[in-house]
Design a protein around this ligand. Sequence first.
Ligand code: HEC
Length: 194
Amino acid sequence: MDSFEFNKIAAAILIALLVIKGADLISNHLIEPHMLKENVYKIAGVSASSSGTPTEVAKKGPAPIEPLLAAANVQQGEAVFKKCTSCHTIEKGGPNRIGPNLYGIVGAHKAKHPGYTYSSSMEGKGGDWSLDDLNVYLYSPRDFVPGTKMSFAGIKDDKERADLIAYMMKQSDSPMPLPEVKEAAPEELKKEGP
Ligand code: HEC
């Protein structure tokens, strides 16, 4: 091969390299890669960025029941109980339906209504239906008693749940008194005043 031929080949290679490099430069310019601030796919326990963990969106639970009961409305609670009447009666001596009769349920042992067959989850729960337990159960039955056969989503509205529980407390031979509105401490009164 003579030197002219060699030069032609060398020039061809050079041009090819230039074209490739040029294309690279142009495409880099057209498509700007940029890194995401956070991983699109989050893997539990792995956080790419320092900000926030996967549990950041904590679940909002029910508000404490006692302060709510102080302001509860029994008549409105009776109306809320309509959500339950497809499965429950609450009058004294009322029949069991899909769920057990609920007369005197507040403060009663769990899963003890005569003649009713509870789920094993409910039977295994144990203890009494304290105000707190009822509050949490009625907020989300399946979270409080996983495996319960009460298919009811729960009442998320704190006021509605408090009205309902206040009504249920009355349906009893010896109703628990509704908690009094606690007398505010003098400092609080001052703060609330005009
Ligand atoms: C779709 C039917 C259904 C609806 C609606 C329903 N329940 Fe129930 N409920 C059940 C069943 C079934 C059980 C028994 C649960 C078990 O054994 O796991 C039960 C159990 C209960 C218990 C426990 C009783 C005990 O003896 O320990 C309470 C308290 C209760 N329900 C309250 C309510 C209230 C209050 C409402 C309305 C806000 C309601 N339920 C709505 C079906 C229902």
